[in-house]
Design a protein around this ligand. Structure first.
Ligand SMILES: [Zn+2]
Length: 212
């Protein structure tokens, strides 16, 4: 496509890199911003820069944070003995939206996927094991999706935690009210119930992880 200027072209290219934005949508956004008030365009630009410069990952759970620790880890009303392991921030946000979870999180930033060459070493698994070894939680909830990668990851984590820290209860989301696919798309009620009615994870591997 021919663009009237290099500036427009660069802006279109930048917008088109965003998920589900094609070149046509990118051009529409760029033309909209051209007409927008300068302060609106500046606010957008500043918000984007701040996203990268003012956020980081929580040193404990890898949630998005503005300081060393995230809002969940800093909140003294949250129960640090209950750790919910999730694939990514979207799942954490989905569980937070239910308003019924009072424990903390551990964000893996992905799932084990041998086909894609992703092993535990590329995920925040080591930091979870270190965290548990330093302050053993009473329960770890594996809130991973029901796809193969989620199952593989849950199996790996349950085996690791069970071997190193057998006193920790390990549970997973109730399958009876299964979220089926992505946690992110589960409605809040389903997700709440699934968390509330969580079940011991494969108790045959670890006789000590009953829900008691
Ligand atoms: Zn945190």
């Amino acid at each position: 496509m021919e663009y009237p200027s290099r500036t427009i072209e660069a802006a279109v290219e930048a917008f088109a890199k965003l998920p589900s934005i094609g070149r046509k949508s990118a051009l529409r956004l760029v033309l909209h911003l051209l007409k927008a008030q300068p302060e609106d365009a500046h606010r957008l630009a500043q918000a984007i820069v701040a996203l990268k410069e003012d956020t980081r990952r929580c040193e404990v759970c890898h949630n998005i944070a503005e300081e060393r620790l995230c809002g969940v880890c800093l909140n003294t009303r949250r129960n640090p003995n209950l750790i919910c392991v999730v694939e990514d921030i979207r799942d954490l946000l989905a569980i937070e939206r239910t308003g019924h979870y009072t424990g903390t999180y551990h964000v893996l930033e992905g799932l084990i996927s041998p086909l894609d060459g992703i092993g535990p070493g590329q995920l925040n698994v080591e930091s979870l094991l270190r965290r548990l070894a330093a302050a053993p939680a009473s329960e770890v909830i594996l809130a991973l999706n029901a796809r193969m990668e989620g199952e593989t990851t849950a199996f790996y984590l349950a085996r690791k935690i069970g071997a190193e820290l057998p006193q920790i209860k390990i549970s997973s989301l109730a399958r009876g009210v299964s979220v089926g696919g992505e946690l992110e798309y589960a409605d809040e009620l389903t997700l709440s119930r699934s968390l509330l009615h969580r079940v011991p994870y494969a108790s045959f591997q670890n006789p000590n992880n009953g829900m008691g």
